[in-house]
Design a protein around this ligand. Sequence first.
Ligand SMILES: NC(=O)c1ccc[n+]([C@@H]2O[C@H](COP(=O)([O-])OP(=O)(O)OC[C@H]3O[C@@H](n4cnc5c(N)ncnc54)[C@H](O)[C@@H]3O)[C@@H](O)[C@H]2O)c1
Length: 365
Amino acid sequence: MSSHGFGVVGAGVIAATHAEAIAALPSATLVAVTDVQPDAAAGLARAHGCAAEPGLGALLARDDIDVVSVCVPSGLHAEVGVRAAAAGKHLVVEKPLDVTLDAADRLIGAAGDAGVAMTVISQHRFDPGLIELRRLLDDGILGRLVLGEASTKWYRTQGYYDSARWRGTSALDGGSLMNQGIHYVDLLRWCMGPVAEVTAVCTTLAHQIEAEDVALALLRFGSGAVGTIVTSTAVFPGLAQRLEITGTNGTVTVEDGEIVRRALVPGVPAGVTGEDGARPAAPAADDGPGGAADPASPGGAADPAAIGADTHAAQIADFLAAIDEGRAPAVTAEDGRNALEIVCAVYESAREGRTVVLPGARDPR
Ligand SMILES: NC(=O)c1ccc[n+]([C@@H]2O[C@H](COP(=O)([O-])OP(=O)(O)OC[C@H]3O[C@@H](n4cnc5c(N)ncnc54)[C@H](O)[C@@H]3O)[C@@H](O)[C@H]2O)c1
């Protein structure tokens, strides 16, 4: 296992999670951080015992850094990532890859030209419920996929949006779908496969922001299955993030990363870990504690800073192993692009009031 030196660019909320995740990994050391606000970089450096560099150039010039975590506002990911790739650094890019497909493609191209590896953060793929759901799908236990639903009904105050100028802007952030919802968009696509068509409505009802605080979309997948996406930052008190996958053999519901319901048609074998290793199906969660997260619950339903570092650490550990082994990481740049493509199609459909057909999609009918 080689040792990897990290530089973190952008020293805000999520940078602290990266620093914590890096500290948890024996093969990783946080070497330096930088931020356009020197105080932010100095604070993070102090808290984590690393250097604060005065700018991106100085951080990238360090030859004891071989991996850069891109933790700046979303619409600056490509700008920072392209420079880091050109300096020969491997890239851990926060979600979303960027806020436009053009920018995402610039970044993917730059990483390819420089021959550096890249992963886009989708830490919930490492949640226990998702690992188990993925296994059920890989083993074909759910049968032919019928319906997939992803729901992120969270709560953010106006104060959250006012806390930084980039939040809620179209150019640098996007709204509840691009920022908060994209995690479960990635999970939905990971489970259901490529999306062929999107029909959507987006609106801004409860905040003074440019982007949407409610997004609703109907999807048709390339397989012929159908689905929905619901995202909002206007839902008090912030409900559990939910993914529900139905196949011809049954339904699995995940809430905040745990399977809360697993119902298989009688006679369908649940598979090995399904019988003894997995969390038993919870009672119907509609009125139970899994049904509504209170504001103090983990996972960011109401508190943007309430994000644990364990699953970031799991994704970064996989990424470092992938670099060492010369294989693709569990979450590739292409995966990040696929989720972004769905988000952009939702926005386009809502803007133009029509169904958007994704390029390359197989006709599902
Ligand atoms: N994976 C997750 O669960 C998760 C959670 C929160 C945020 N994020 C993502 O992380 C990114 C940052 O979000 P945040 O909440 O930490 O934002 P933030 O505003 O708290 O921090 C961003 C920091 O970047 C700095 N910055 C801006 N431009 C810069 C530049 N050109 N060079 C260096 N520093 C620069 C800002 O000064 C600020 O300190 C976003 O893309 C967001 O979507 C991911």
